[in-house]
Design a protein around this ligand. Structure first.
Ligand code: GLU
Ligand code: ZN
Length: 494
């Protein structure tokens, strides 16, 4: 993405590399990307890997790979660099230490020596008394003697940010005006006792240093916003931040049973969509509808159309429901929109091991090219291609027993015998002629086309559902079609 010189918009996408990428994370990336592109701004990709216990190099690489597969591009980030490098927080520890020291020196932060036990006891007491149960400010103004005493006891302090005793109001780009009163936003930790800086510090510090103008992120992070606004004010005073960004919180994504879609839900795993053969453009089209829409009567659109129309003010603050069926339907539409050549190429991974059950030597590209246009109109996801075309490349069809039982009724042997005769003398360069043959066989036995073609389909492909039958027969060819009908007849009469 080329950023327009002088464009004021700078947004960021800043995941933590913990576990597999999930759809909520992709939705956040998408909205930031679309916002940046719409405003010809700059998208910064930052890795928030300060939690050594949870972050891994493997998920970092998976993240990069997934974002590239989805087709995202960004202007600054790890591996491509930029004016605010490095873009991995694990490589910026000196910066955070320095900012924490400055906040301490200026009195915006203080050392808190309270043990977890003491905090718990006081919290329980406050709760019992019906008072706010957040941090009570115990260490805000310790005397030198108290500090010396705690130090002598061997306590190691955390660093806590001193919240101003004032109400914080801001206008959320999605939700409008929001107000937080001081009793709901207690002083919070920014550096652990072991010296490790926390999300509460590193995220706004980097947003400030990287000159982020708009923070678009999930609603789950809304409670950190008043803290970050207060921290920004302190950073501005210290000359570290230039201004405070605007914030927009994207709606929750709800899964089954109207519960928040969790990272642990299988349908939230991005890898699953990739393995099943969703197109990046189909998946992104669907994810864009989680909180936004192009128009009331157009569900299917390209990412260019989304970028052109995307306004953050149009995002709906209400929770969005994740609907796998709809996601598949939208993907199916995008599969249909591909040109055939593109479609055949994108199917390639599912036409070989480990997905394909046929031996590579039996794969016939001419047959594949002939059947592909018919397959394109039928698939919801690309992985379905394997089962749909296996009859073409396996020496014998894989019989699905339930399909066999359903299609092979009394009289099926007579029907198949007639169909075989008629097919024998049909014109094998025309699917229409093959259809007429089966239609005529059906008439002979008083069966409509649908009933007449079911046993033929199962005999030849092994299943009751599949690609358009007569194009399938034409592609398979006369010899194999007839010998499969013969095999089915022997099985029926055995
Ligand atoms: N690393 C944070 C997360 O993945 C980023 C939150 C934010 O956008 O501020 O939740
Ligand atoms: Zn304390």
């Amino acid at each position: 993405m080329a950023s327009a010189p002088g464009s004021p918009v700078r947004v960021r996408f800043c995941p933590s590399p913990t576990g597999n990428p999930h759809v909520g994370l992709v939705r956040t990336a998408l909205f930031n990307w679309a916002f940046a592109k719409h405003h010809q701004g700059t998208l910064v990709f930052r890795i928030e890997d300060t939690d050594a216990a949870r972050d891994s190099e493997e998920s970092y690489h998976q993240l990069l790979d997934s974002l590239r597969w989805l087709g995202f591009d960004w202007d600054e980030g790890p591996e491509i660099g930029g004016p605010h490098a490095p873009y991995r927080q694990s490589q910026r520890m000196d910066i955070y230490r320095d900012v924490a020291d400055k906040l301490l020196a200026a009195g915006h932060a203080y050392r808190c020596y309270c043990s977890q036990e003491e905090l718990d006891t006081r919290r329980d007491a406050a709760r019992a008394a019906g008072k706010p149960s957040g941090y009570d400010g115990h260490c805000r103004d310790l005397s030198t003697e108290q500090v010396a005493q705690y130090e002598a006891q061997g306590r190691t302090p955390i660093v806590r940010f001193r919240m101003p005793d004032e109400t914080i109001t801001f206008t959320d780009l999605v939700r409008g005006e929001l107000t937080f009163t001081p009793e709901n936003v207690p002083d919070f930790g920014i550096v652990r006792a072991n010296g490790a800086p926390l999300y509460t510090l590193v995220n706004p510090v980097d947003d400030a240093l990287m000159e982020i103008t708009h923070v678009l992120r999930g609603e789950d992070l809304l409670s950190s916003t008043p803290r970050q606004i207060a921290l920004y004010k302190a950073l501005t005073e210290l000359g570290i931040a230039k201004s405070t960004p605007q914030f927009g919180h994207l709606p929750y994504v709800m899964g089954e049973g109207n519960k928040k879609l969790s990272k642990r839900d299988p349908e939230s795993s991005l890898n699953l969509y990739r393995e099943r053969g969703f197109l990046p453009e189909g998946l992104l089209n669907y994810l864009s509808l989680l909180g936004w829409s192009l128009s009331a009567d157009q569900d299917i659109f390209t990412m260019d159309e989304m970028v052109a129309a995307f306004e953050i003010a149009d995002v709906n603050p209400n929770p969005a429901r994740f609907d796998l069926k709809k996601c598949e339907a939208i993907n199916a539409d995008h599969i249909r929109l591909l040109d055939v050549k593109d479609f055949t190429e994108r199917c390639a991974p599912w036409l070989k091991a480990p997905f394909a059950p046929w031996s590579p030597a039996d794969f016939d590209d001419a047959k594949w090219q002939a059947i592909a246009p018919h397959a394109q109109t039928r698939l919801k996801v690309l992985s379905e291609i394997t089962d749909n075309v296996d009859f073409l490349f396996l020496p014998e069809p894989v019989f699905d027993e339930a399909s066999w039982a359903k299609a092979m009724k009394e009289g099926s042997d007579a029907l198949l015998t007639t169909a075989r005769e008629k097919l024998e003398s049909a014109d094998w360069t025309s699917a229409e002629s093959l259809k007429e043959a089966v239609l005529a066989a059906g008439e002979t036995h008083g069966l409509k086309l649908g009933k007449a073609q079911a046993p033929v389909r199962v005999a030849v492909t092994g299943r009751t559902v599949g690609l358009p039958l007569f194009e399938s027969l034409e592609t398979l060819g006369k010899e194999q079609t007839l010998s499969r009908i013969d095999a089915a007849l022997s099985r029926l009469t055995a």
